[in-house]
Design a protein around this ligand. Sequence first.
Ligand code: NAD
Ligand code: UGA
Length: 460
Amino acid sequence: TAASVRRVCCIGAGYVGGPTSAVMALKCPGIQFTVVDSDAGRIAAWNSAAALPIYEPGLDEVVRSQRGRNLWFSTDIDAAVAAADIVLLAVNTPLGPRGAGLGGATDLSAIEQCARTVARVARRPTIVVEKSTVPCGTGELIAGILRRDGRPGVGFSVLSNPEFLSEGTAVRDLLRPDRVIIGGLDGSEDAQRALASVYAHWVPQERIVTMGLWSAELAKLAANALLAQRVSSINSISAVCEAVGADIADVSRACGMDSRIGGRFLHASVGFGGSCFHKDIMGLVWLAESLGLHDVAEYWDQVLQMNSSQTARFVARIARAVGCDLDAGAEVAVLGFAYKAGTGDTRNTPAAPVCERLLAQGARLAIYDPKVPARQIRDALPAESHYHHRVRICSDAYEAVAGARAVVLLTPWPEFATLDWARVHGLMAQPAYVFDGHRALDAPALDRLGFRAVSVGVRT
Ligand code: NAD
Ligand code: UGA
């Protein structure tokens, strides 16, 4: 019941665990939240007065207002778990080693380790909540570990409460979620009510939806697959636009104005990135394969294939336009390296394969991203040292474009649209190309300044 939830422990102080616990703490002043992690450096950063370990708009303020009141960051996992009424699992669930077939199994070792920790230290009834994105059936796996390894007489409930936040808007998404899904096995209604009571502090009742455990687990994979599928679908149409002379922005707008289709998530781009779309579709494909549903697996696999071919096609356009100059070591200015604006996250960013392909063709790169540290950019590039000699990491956009033959925009940071493009043109080698991977720039205006502007989804 609402009154019985006094302490919540969140294992995993990453993009999900940190912001989720911080917003919960903000909205539930009567509950103590302790976020624990095995990575001591990360915990120290969450406790520091300087930079938090992740960048999210608005997060600093929330953490600063709750930290030391009802929000704690600690490496003492056992103590926090032992004291908790609810344990949220927000640890990594990466793709495991790839097998022969389509898709890929999820590596659940961190989840299993957490379940064993809860079983070992909990001395009173504890609700264990999957926040991480997990394959269907993981809840039963956790329940099995708790039954087998837990102290006799200690009751456990396992719930699935998938997280739908997007990076860059995490705080806003957590404050106003479209829905909160709480899945549970039969008999876990009390636990579902207890978790719902936490959300009820700020989420309207009608947005808190309870369902079975498998449905909740599958809903998360399905939601990400459907979102990614929209991007691949519009990107496939962008390829047609480039071939026939239609403009993808107009086609997207025309389709999105149909209220059944809706306008969001129809922006053609160089391809989707991020830690989850690829991994979660791989997981869905693997699930379908393991159920003998080969057609289903192939269907969703196509979403991934379309994404890779979109990125490859974008680089091919650059190579075609700039031509043999790339081989001769022409410099290309890469603006943006994060997989989307509003975050410093580079996991699965399309910028990595774009840069790798450009380097393989002989280009030199000058890379600038307002939020991604230089070290992180270097780590995301191929390890060959002869590549690294051809890469400059810059601290502003003008430094990156100086002397470059082409600008390649890979993250739609608002600051790129408002650059002094006449100044950029003056700094670049001529003829100066701009390749816009997100339709973030005004291509006709660039053409008027003397650029050769190339955009996704428009014929050149
Ligand atoms: P992350 O890598 O940012 O954070 C995970 C944290 O868990 C790390 O700090 C790691 O040190 C810690 N950890 C791993 N194993 C541990 C263990 N055994 N004990 C203690 N700590 C441990 O990952 P993330 O982006 O927060 O994602 C976590 C989960 O949430 C994944 O399943 C992901 O699919 C899902 N998810 C992510 C997002 C997102 O936007 N990033 C959104 C929704 C769901
Ligand atoms: C996505 C989902 O939107 C979240 O609901 C989910 O919780 C999260 O994955 C997760 O499970 O991790 P996120 O990856 O942070 O969130 O970012 P999105 O805004 O979904 O963008 C993903 C990628 O798609 C970006 O590379 C973006 O540039 C690209 N995209 C998005 C497009 O190319 N076009 C669009 O119209 C929308």
